[in-house]
Design a protein around this ligand. Structure first.
Ligand SMILES: [Zn+2]
Length: 115
């Protein structure tokens, strides 16, 4: 992580060098730019609009998981001194998404409810 004085949420999730490296390592191959940036919610809505127009609704979940992965990696760095590779942050975000989605599936018809 960096020694930037002001740790705003947009700095941590988008503009901090490890966050930028994670976005570049992701399937989005994206470098968030502070130019024309207004707020995290504004950024979120713009990205959502852009992705909806291209029909990629699942990608919004991946973006949320990527933000979560960056946040988690930052906390691990701060609390445990662990420095995670940006490629691993992205892979873990994708893994988290897939695990979540698998657990959201309804039970199979043959499943027995125990409680
Ligand atoms: Zn930083």
């Amino acid at each position: 992580m960096c020694e930037e004085g002001k740790q705003t949420i947009e700095h941590i999730l988008l503009f901090c060098p490890p966050a930028q490296a994670t976005w570049r390592a992701s399937m989005f191959n994206y470098t968030p730019s502070p130019n024309d940036f207004q707020s995290l919610s504004d950024w979120w809505l713009k990205i959502k609009q852009l992705l909806q127009n291209s029909g990629a609704n699942t990608a919004m979940s991946w973006i949320a998981w990527t933000c979560w992965g960056i946040w988690k990696a930052r906390n691990e760095w701060m609390l445990e001194g662990r420095d995670e590779d940006p490629v691993n942050i992205w892979n873990n975000a994708l893994k988290g998404y897939h695990n979540f989605m698998e657990n959201m599936l309804p039970p199979k018809a043959s499943a027995i409810k125990l409680i």
